[in-house]
Design a protein around this ligand. Sequence first.
Ligand SMILES: [Fe+2]
Length: 339
Amino acid sequence: MTTTTRSTTYKATGTPRRLVHHNFFVGSISKTMDFYNQVLGIEETFRIANRGAGFLSNGNTHHDLGFVEVSEVTRHRGEEAHAKGIKEVPLDYGTKPGLNHFAYEMYNEAELVTAYDRISEFGVKPWLLEDRIVTRSVYFSDSEGNGIEYTVDMLSNWRDYRKPGASISQRDYVPGKETPSTASFVNLNPEIRRVESGALHAKKSAHCMLVARDFSKLRRFYIDVVGLRELYVSPGGEFSLLHGKDFPGYSMALVAQGSNRPAGVGQICFELASAEDFAGAEKRLAAKGVKLELRIEHPKKQVLRFRDPDGTQVQCYVEAPDFLDAVKTMDPALALQLV
Ligand SMILES: [Fe+2]
């Protein structure tokens, strides 16, 4: 039984709190689930077998990662969106491995509804609105076709509903049809679990690097439409660090396209639980069949980079508390290696 509270004094701004999960279309759900469990040390929370979907979490919330296997069901998502007049969704969306969406967590439903109203004012049409009992979500695409989800937890006891074999209830959702709840079910002190057999031990899905075809336009989209705040933009316009509110770090590194940096997802980034994971990392990764592609030991940030089974670049890191300050005085080329 959950309780909700209503308030006429609460003033929602529709600002996301943080990036809460990455969701990708993948070639093999079993291979991908095994990779993120055994390489990044993130626990499997649940699967939806008939939809070829799987989810992992180390406890921050019900999923830090979601995956959907490419299938006949997913192959028509782009066409379906175009038929609804939503042309931002790429026609090949769901036909091959790649980004499904990045999800931004809202503090409560009132924030979700305010954010929904804002994107609607900008003429952005959501391609899915869903109430899954545990969460309520609004899905849309940015100006370059990257999928975005606003999501809000509607229950705090998600482990009772999101466990292996559990069925997923869902129903249509009309944001704002009913007075939205101002109660927050965000767990500010989550129980973080550790998969001992993992080569590494991720603390959380931290941020993504997104490479823009049109940096200026996409930057304005994430600030004005998505509602992220800009923490820093490099003076030469090479990159921008964007974030929500009330949560440390940054949620997105938005980077301008370059000759060796094609538009789309550059990498997905995970903060490690501790720097202890760096000792012997290359050997442990190799034992899981993973080739370490880059290792950086910088006084402000240590970085490991490799690829998942579909070739998505994965960055794992630990950073100094003043890393964001350090970025502001760094050579942009070095900063781009580290963010
Ligand atoms: Fe999602």
